[in-house]
Write a protein that binds this ligand. Structure first.
Ligand code: PLP
Ligand code: COI
Length: 342
């Protein structure tokens, strides 16, 4: 089955469109059902669902890539499955087995294969697995039932422009607390980021930088992406903190920097008043891929890294190598590419 879709892959950006089929599995009485693909993109749930009132919800994001030879790759889906299990443990939801999570993603990709953007367009198919607490409930307690769903959308650049530097401003707000839920991908973290994002966007910034919630001196996250900086001595540096989301892209880039580019890699504190230690900086994540950071505004001053217009050479090399691995053009480390058998 090959259905043509009329999409301009170069300009699609990152927005919702309804694709053909999505996966839904229900948890009740202690077990997940077999799960199925459905056409309907509407969910019918109890008005007492914990996801609606108490934020008992989590999600993941991963991508499917069309390779040069025509196959479809998922990038490290086992890592997303395991991170979702961490999220579930933190907000008392039932875990989805890794194999079932990956199988759901594969089913969705296959059922929507004509939406996987062609090789070379820069666009990819974004998969959004999520889990919500549903069923009749009113007290602050875990839900009696759960839904696990996966849908997909073809996407291009998350930040306007893709591999073009954008500026960020440091927020006074926190997205997470020191011993809160920052390290897991639960809905509430994103609700609390809407206002700071909106304030930054209104002032012309792509998004905001969050500092560590305890001392407000160290960089934690760049919107919905992790931060990295390249030092003058060619080190790849990224923040370490219990309240940032462990980005799969970030850990992949650390390995790429070390094993493919021969760089030293450091995960450590990154002080916001020491930005001059970096010659280049970037935001990394599944949606953001690598977005070069032109400058960061802090206390009314814009600190420019490499350039507000041009991508630095190390950021470019990291991007090319990571994308080459994801597309199958560059040999991947063992276990990073999951081939979808069509
Ligand atoms: N940080 C936050 C808050 C995110 O939402 C994301 C996106 O998933 C990331 C970082 C990047 O993580 P990953 O590379 O696993 O997509
Ligand atoms: C992702 O990179 O998958 C994200 O979660 C970013 C955002 C769309 C929430």
């Amino acid at each position: 089955m090959s259905k043509a879709v009329n999409i301009d892959w170069k300009t699609i950006g990152f927005k919702y469109i309804k694709t053909d089929l999505r996966y839904v599995s229900r948890w009740k009485d202690g077990r997940w059902d077999a799960g199925e693909l459905v056409e309907d993109n509407m969910l019918r749930i109890s008005e007492g669902s914990t996801a609606l009132h108490y934020g008992q919800a989590c999600f993941e994001g991963l991508k499917a890539y069309r390779a040069k030879e025509g196959g479809i790759h998922l990038f490290r889906p086992d890592q997303n499955a395991k991170r979702m299990q961490e999220s579930c443990r933190r907000v008392l939801m039932p875990e989805m087995p890794v194999e079932k999570f990956i199988d759901a993603c594969v089913q969705v990709v296959k059922a929507n294969r004509h939406y996987v953007p062609p090789y070379g367009t820069g666009a990819t198919l974004y998969l959004r697995p999520f889990m919500i607490g549903v069923g009749d409930n009113i007290g602050v307690a875990p839900a009696p039932e759960y839904l696990f769903c996966v849908f997909c959308i073809p996407v291009g650049a998350y930040f306007k422009g893709g591999m073009i530097p954008v500026n960020f401003t440091v927020s006074d707000h926190d997205r997470a607390a020191p011993h809160g839920t920052g390290a897991v991908k639960v809905g509430g973290n994103y609700a609390s980021s809407l206002l700071p994002h909106g304030l930054a966007a209104k002032r012309g910034f792509a998004d905001c930088i969050y500092l560590d919630p305890a001392t407000h001196t160290k960089i934690e996250e760049v919107g919905a992406a992790n931060f990295f900086g390249i030092t003058g001595s060619n080190r790849f540096v990224t923040p370490q903190s219990p309240s940032i989301l462990p980005s799969i892209t970030k850990y992949s880039l650390m390995q790429v920097a070390k094993d493919y580019l021969g760089m030293d890699v450091e995960e450590r504190d990154v002080y916001v008043d020491r930005l001059d230690e970096f010659t280049e900086a970037g935001a990394c994540g599944t949606a953001a891929v690598i977005t070069p950071i032109g400058g960061i505004e802090y206390k009314g001053k814009l600190h420019v890294f490499y350039s507000e217009k041009e991508v630095g050479p190390v950021t470019r090399k990291l991007y090319d190598t990571l994308c080459g691995i994801q597309l199958g053009d560059i040999r991947a480390p063992e276990g990073w590419i999951f081939e979808v058998k069509e």
